[in-house]
Write a new protein. Sequence first.
Length: 308
Amino acid sequence: MQVFLAQPRGFCAGVVRAIEIVERALQKYGPPVYVRHEIVHNKYVVESLKKKGAIFVEDLSEVPAKAVTVFSAHGVARSVEEEAEARDLPVLNATCPLVTKVHNQGKRYISRGRALILIGHAGHPEVEGTMGQVPGPVLLVQSIQDVAELRLPTNAPVAYITQTTLSVDDTRDIIAALQAKFTDIQGPDIRDICYATQNRQSAVRDLSKLVDVILVVGAANSSNSNRLREIGTEVGVASYLIADGSELNPDWLKDAKAVGITAGASAPEVLVDDVIEALRRIGPVSVSVVPGREENIEFRLPAELTAG
């Protein structure tokens, strides 16, 4: 069986930075370090950090006084930041810089008197953080249907921002619907959707031309991993989201001569290796990497962790 690996796949720069913030905090301050929400949406990553002394909480009330606290890569609402300030908690902010960029765009549009529309998934931590960062009402739309139901005058000054991990195609369609509905609308270019999201989605499209089955390594609660599976399905290739090799179902591979593997932005390469080993237990495989975009972006760590 031929196995083709998508390029790029797996960790993006924002995820690498977030995990490194927790690891360096543990080294510098010693355990425990408290992390609000999963640092990234991957159980393997979370469990490995727990073993090193990280404690994951959903609410700051669970963090003891003076304990070192990390905000996850998804970002948090301003109210969470204020609660941490009021309690004098030493905070390391692991919010992805591309998410922070979206926060700043939203604040700028609101300051100019525009009604703000956020394209995103209700309940996702990034969406909740973004809505809580913007000092004004935010209208959330998840579909073209939601756009049709917006109760704003067509000549109202509006602006839109987007969740970073969405599909470029879905976002493009929703933006087109917004532009058709409103006469005075501003928003970031489609290219402003996270580079890593775009690259991984493009790589899945390239992969789909070569394979009979696509395996997406990632967590069930990972937005970008789910989207990779959906894209594979949409282009007509049987696609499955699996956490690791233990979830591989041999029945998926019946009659498959070529299998493609990719990984969501929060899935480590060790889990891709685990899936390849699971395939080897079924039969001999040859592995090759599909040529794709090289990523060499790095995000700076907080100054507290880099000072000598």
